[in-house]
Every structure is written in C-alpha cells, then in structure tokens.
Design a protein around this ligand. Structure first.
Ligand code: FAD
Length: 517
C-alpha cells in the first residue's frame, strides 16, 4: 500500500512499510543514542506502528521510537542530533495520535517521538477571571474535555473529533463549528512550551518569544515540538440543542450560513454538509445524530437531488430551556430551509462534542476505520464558493461521495493572522472537507485510485479557475508548490526555519524541507 517511494530502492514488507538498506554511518549514530541519559527509553525494534497513520497510504519505518517520560528526554535527544550537524541524517517526528493523512507524523529511518508517553505534566485547571488549563503536548482533547468539565469549564474551540493530541491539532489549526466566532484552536492558546530543532526548551506566548509562539501555531511541526500548552477556557454549558435543516439550493443554503456567522447573537456552533444521494443522507443521520423524530428523517425523499444540510447548535443549561427555545425559534425563523426538514435533538455538551467517536466505534466494529483515507480539505474564499459548488457538486462529485463532505464559512476577522496558518485572502472563507474512505483493493468508484483522481480533478479546477483556494492539512510534493501555498509568508517561514530548526531535523513527513547533510 505504499504509494510514495522516495528512494526507488524500497520494497514493502507485509506491513507495507519501507525497507531500505541502512546508511553506512547510521549504525554508529544509532548506538550513540543509547548512551543518552533518559527518564524514558528508546525502542529500536518492533516499530511498525510508527509507520502507520489514519490516511493509511504512506508507510515510512523509523529507526527508533523515543518514549519520553520528560521534556528533558526530548530536548536531550534533539540536542544530540543537532550537535552532530551534517554528520547525521537522522530526522525527528513528533507523533501525536498519527491521525495525519500522508505520513506527516512519520520519519523515514529517523526518530519518532511518541508524544502520548509524555506524562511529565498532569492537567492543571486554573479558575478565575481568565480560566485556563495547562496540559502536555501529547494530551488528548477528549481528556481535556472531561477534566475541565469537572470545574464547569471547557475550551472554546474544538475539532469535530476529540481523540487527537494538542500538539497535533495546534500544528495545523483545529477547526470546527465554533471557529467562526472564536477562531481555530491555535487562536485560543495563552502559552506554549516548545523544544526547538536545536534542543532548546523555550516558553513562548504573545508577550514572550512571540516569534516562536506564532511560528509554532499552525507551523506543521517545523519549528519545535510542543511539550506543554496553556489553553483558554470558558464556562461550559450542560446541554446543547442540536438542529439540522435541509436545502436543495446551494445559494440559499450558503446565504443562510453566511447570515448566521455574521452576527454575535447566533448559534454557538455552525457547520453544514453536502448530501450527494440518499445513502449519504441516511449514513449521516444514523451515525451520530438522533433526532427526536428519526422516522421523519428517514422518510424524507430527496428524489435523487443533491441536498445541503445546515447544522447548528445552541448551548444551554436546563434552567434556561425556555429562553433557549425562544432564541432558537427566532434564529430559525430568519432561515429559508425546506420547511418540512427541521430535525432537532437535545444531548449533553460532552455527548455532542464526542459525536464522531460514536461513528468511529461503529466503523471499527465493521473493520471500516482502518482503511485508506484520501481526505481533501480546502479553504475557499466566499466570493468563489458558488463557482466551486457549481463545478464540484454539479460535475465532479455527483453520484456518490465515499464519505461526508463538510462545508461551512468562518470569519477571518476572528482569526489571528500572525500564526503560520495560511488562509485565503478574504474576510469570509469556507472550509470544505471531503472525508473519503476507500474500500481496500477496490478498482471501482469506491477504490483509492478513483478517489485520488477525483481529488485531483477538484484541485485542478481550483487552480484553473483561480479560486484563491488554500489547502488545510496541506500536502504537496515539491518546494515550488509549498512556496505557492505560503505565498508572501514563504520568506518568513524560511527565516523561522533557519532560526529554530537550521538543520531541518523536525517533521520531515511534511516534505517541506530536507535535512541538511
Ligand atoms: P499527528 O498526526 O500525530 O501529527 C500531525 C503533525 O503534527 C505531524 O507533522 C507531527 O509531526 C506534528 N506533531 C504532532 N505532535 C506534535 C507536537 N507535540 N509538537 C509539534 N508537532 C507535533 N482537524 C480539524 O482541524 N478539525 C476537525 O474537525 C478534524 N477532525 C478530524 C477527524 C478525524 C477522524 C481525523 C482523523 C482527523 C481530523 N482532523 C481535524 C485533522 C487533525 O486535526 C490532524 O490530523 C491532526 O494532526 C491530528 O492530530 P494528531 O495528534 O493525530 O497529530
């Protein structure tokens, strides 16, 4: 299942991992690691798991996996590699939950750091006027949710799925239905502790070492390893009202979405998705959302049309139910959805936030979770979203979608433009996520090759029509493509790389820089 072969001399073993003859001096360098004083340990064998990720398309076997027990373990290891300079070809990849798609958390013959082993820091919740929680970079968001809820608090901005690490999402952005108001997760961080590519341990924030702070947030792991994060919190609601309505016209759907995100008095979470056919409708419904009237949802006839589902959530506490219902009704009365398609449900806040895990368990039980995931995530400027929808939902993705397609707008003005994250140059832009699963070994429309070809058609259209699209969770193969992705930020990105990781040791799986030798 290896579709990337960097060396042309690799072969695949039964795990699909790459086997390349070791380089001449690499044995000495690897044994030098054994002399390092660590609280945790290195593992030199049985590391096949570190050559896998959620995408399940790229498999690069590392030489070593570090299981750190302290921040010092990480800094000692990186400092050692840094001091060897060009004598060593070893690179280092932090591995959170490895929910990357194209090998971004892997290090070909290098060192993978298992971030979940980093138990140096217990979660600490600080209450008060500006509450925050202090966590390890390897902590899972689901654990943060449960810990902060004990204090009646929670982070403000989420991802749709919470079994991801803090370091992993902060290296990208962390975008979900709260991002139109609070910005992505990277904009809700007070402070970080980072181990740079020189092995230095640096505390950074808006006020202290702010260049490194901004570099690391959305920095694709290029400038340092996040070992600790201070995440801002808000009062957590106990319940949510979860609403879905359907549209058959994209223009009306997107107009309503844009209207909703333009106001402060609106829902607390706003997303949407495209329903290509009836199977899509039913799958999306039964997987996690259980409306009070499930029969009604199942019986809705789409007549083969592509439908657009607007998904909204209002937070509330049980003693505010009446007011919440009034506010919700008022907001809904301004929308132009198909009148018979209002579905709603009331669930706990924690149940809502952990909704994708419900689907994960079902897919895992059927053996459908660990299949290839050729996902494509795009950010499209508002001014071109109708052109995008017309071509993509009208001509390219018409019969089946191989998985959910999310689509929702966010406000650039709520996002911090100093981080490394690249977004379209417009006030409002849409996240469009094609979350495809491929059926292993299929050569049909549900197979990997077919889906990758479709993704390419979408990317080609965006380029030809000059939509001003930016990839989220970006993946490119050449330096030129990366340069185009970063645009005017490329020079800053380069400067920061040479300041914080001059030998290009970190996150080689992003394939932006090559280790200097
Ligand atoms: P990994 O895949 O382990 O790592 C990602 C990158 O970050 C790698 O380059 C790695 O080297 C680097 N890295 C990891 N840890 C650190 C660290 N501590 N310091 C520095 N660099 C580090 N994203 C969203 O924004 N919104 C969503 O709603 C969303 N939903 C998702 C749902 C599912 C089911 C999946 C599989 C992914 C989803 N994602 C979403 C994407 C997700 O945010 C990224 O894939 C993220 O990188 C996953 O975190 P991870 O811990 O698995 O990171």
């Amino acid at each position: 299942s290896c579709i990337l072969d960097e060396t042309n001399i690799c072969s695949s073993d039964s795990f699909g991992t790459l086997k390349v003859p070791p380089r001449s001096n690499s044995t000495n360098i690897l044994s030098s690691l054994e002399t390092l004083p660590l609280d945790g340990y290195f593992s030199f064998e049985n590391n096949h798991h570190a050559a896998r990720d959620f995408g399940n398309m790229y498999h690069f076997l590392p030489s070593v996996v570090l299981h750190p027990k302290s921040v010092l373990d990480i800094s000692t290891t990186i400092r050692h590699i840094f001091q060897m300079g060009s004598a060593s070809e070893l690179t280092v990849a932090a591995r959170g939950r490895a929910h990357s798609l194209q090998g971004q958390a892997q290090a070909h013959q290098g060192i993978v750091i298992s971030m979940e082993s980093l138990q140096a820091l217990e979660m600490q919740v600080h209450t008060g006027e500006m509450p925050y929680v202090e966590v390890s970079g390897g902590e899972l968001w689901i654990n943060i949710l449960h810990e902060t809820l004990k204090h009646g608090l929670a982070p403000k901005s989420w991802t749709d799925y919470l079994h991801l690490t803090v370091g992993g999402t902060l290296s990208n952005a962390g975008i979900s239905g709260q991002a139109f108001r609070h910005g992505p997760q990277i904009d809700n961080i007070y402070q970080l502790e980072v181990v740079t590519g020189k092995g230095e341990v640096v505390t950074c924030s808006e006020k202290q070492n702010n260049d490194l702070f901004h570099a690391v947030l959305g920095g694709l792991g290029q400038f340092g390893i996040i070992t600790r994060a201070r995440i801002s919190l808000e009062l957590a609601p106990k319940m949510v009202k979860w609403i879905r309505v359907l549209y058959s016209e994209f223009s009306i759907f997107s107009k309503d979405q844009e209207h909703l995100i333009s106001s402060e008095n609106t829902f607390d979470y706003i997303e949407g998705f495209v329903i290509i056919n009836r199977t899509g409708l039913l799958n999306n419904w039964v997987s996690s959302f259980s409306p009070k009237d499930p029969l009604q949802a199942r019986e809705f006839k789409s007549d083969g049309r592509t439908l657009y589902c607007l998904e909204m959530v209002k937070y509330f506490n049980p003693d505010e139910t009446k007011t919440m219902n009034q506010i919700t009704e008022n907001l809904l009365s301004k929308l132009s959805y198909i009148p018979s398609t209002l579905f709603h449900s009331e669930v706990s806040y924690a149940r809502f936030l952990d909704r994708v895990h419900v689907s994960e368990k079902k897919l895992q039980a059927k053996g459908l979770w660990e299949v290839p995931h050729p996902w494509l995530n795009l950010l499209i400027p508002k001014s071109r979203i109708s052109d995008f929808a017309k071509e993509v939902f009208g001509n390219i993705v018409t019969e089946t979608s191989n998985g959910p397609i999310l689509i929702y707008p966010v406000n650039q003005s709520k996002w911090n433009n100093k981080t490394s994250l690249v977004t379209p140059d417009e006030d409002v832009f849409y996240l469009v996520a094609f979350l495809s699963s491929a059926v292993p070994y299929s050569t049909g429309t549900d197979g990997l090759e077919h889906i990758l070809t479709k993704n390419k058609r979408i990317l080609n259209f965006c380029a030809t029509a000059q939509l001003g699209m930016k990839q989220y969770l970006p993946h490119y193969n050449t330096r030129e493509e990366w340069q185009t992705h970063f645009g005017s930020l490329w020079e800053v990105f380069l400067q920061r790389k040479s300041a914080y990781d001059p030998w290009a040791i970190l996150a080689p799986g992003q394939r932006i820089f090559q280790k200097a030798t």
